[in-house]
Design a protein around this ligand. Structure first.
Ligand code: NAP
Length: 292
């Protein structure tokens, strides 16, 4: 299939490479040129402008946030110049409000919009094992299903309104951030009583909390390994803010999300915006007067 791909960050470049490996023809665009070279070496064609990527049958985008997507898709004319019948698959974690707006703008121009945010970090993306949450009109989602199979371990359809997929993704990331904060405070408590963080986490993550999120991030916290970041604080803060925004729009109080937002802000204020979001553990230890 002819695919346009915009946004070759940590996630996008791994996903795009898997689509090429699965035999698809990719035209790629990224704001900075470095990652474009990586993909053309694998066989992709470089687009001069983002709108050139929208002349394909399917456009996939993996941009950082609402602002980046608005700038590229709307202000740089991608949606405006897309060919009729194009299916746009947005893989990024964006707000439910923006997903609704994009769905409407696509409909008005005879384009299909599919929200397909993903669970899984860049290493999972490289292995093509992402969990893909999909929502959109069934005629569009069935057309892109083979592409989603090429990048994901499992596809989870959640209905025809695109924003539903974003609600699932934001609620899921809120759960991960909550797990990070829980571990952060619990480790600080254990350490204050002379128990090493690594020992404490070994006990809990091999027994009561033996699940991927606790084990994976537990290892990073135990080793205090917060860089290089696969998912930095700045993206975690974005997602908690988006969860709060989605909650407010639907009258869903999320008091714990407010606490998480402030804790991420504290990390940003300490110069830790580009560190792994598990650095919440360092924030909690610092508050407890423990050296990290
Ligand atoms: P990333 O490495 O920071 O890449 C962000 C991408 O957005 C890059 O291609 C960047 O271009 C582009 N971008 C940012 N601002 C832009 C602007 N104003 N105009 C044009 N392009 C812009 O982020 P990522 O980890 O790939 O994440 C991408 C999306 O996936 C985010 O929504 C994130 O929440 C979501 N996600 C991430 C993970 C993860 O573990 N990392 C997991 C699941 C979902 P440049 O290369 O020029 O900077």
């Amino acid at each position: 299939m002819d695919i346009g791909f915009i946004g070759l960050g940590q996630m996008g470049r791994a996903i795009a490479a898997n689509l090429i490996r699965a035999g698809h023809r990719l035209t790629v665009w990224n704001r900075s040129r470095g990652p474009v070279g990586e993909l053309t070496q694998l066989g992709a064609t470089a687009a001069a402008e983002p709108r050139d990527a929208a002349r394909a049958e399917v456009l996939m985008t993996m941009l950082a946030d609402d602002g980046a997507a608005r700038s590229v898709l709307l202000e740089q004319g991608v949606i405006e110049s897309a060919r009729r019948g194009l299916v746009h698959v947005n893989l990024a974690t964006v707000s439910v409000q923006f997903a609704g707006e994009l769905a409407r703008l696509h409909r008005e121009r005879g384009l299909a919009y599919v929200a397909a945010p993903v669970f899984g970090r860049p290493d999972v993306a490289r292995e093509a094992k992402l969990n893909v949450i999909v929502a959109g009109e069934s005629s569009a989602t069935s057309r892109v299903e083979p592409l989603l199979r090429a990048i994901g371990g499992r596809i989870w359809p959640v209905g025809s309104e695109p924003e539903r997929a974003n609600a699932v993704k934001l609620a899921g990331n809120f759960m991960i951030a909550s797990a990070l904060e829980t571990m952060a405070e619990a480790v600080a408590l254990a350490r204050a009583y002379g128990i090493e963080g690594a020992r404490f986490l070994e006990i809990l993550t091999s027994t009561l909390f033996a699940s991927p999120v606790y084990q994976g991030y537990g290892r990073l916290i135990a080793e205090q390994r917060f860089e290089p970041a696969s998912f930095p604080v700045r993206l975690g803060l974005k997602d908690v803010r988006l969860a709060l925004q989605a909650g407010e729009a639907a009258h869903v109080p999320m008091p714990f999300a407010s606490v998480l937002r402030d804790n991420f802000l504290e990390a940003v204020a300490a110069g830790e915006a580009d560190l792994e979001w598990a650095v919440l553990a360092r924030v909690a230890s610092r508050r407890a007067g423990l050296a990290s």
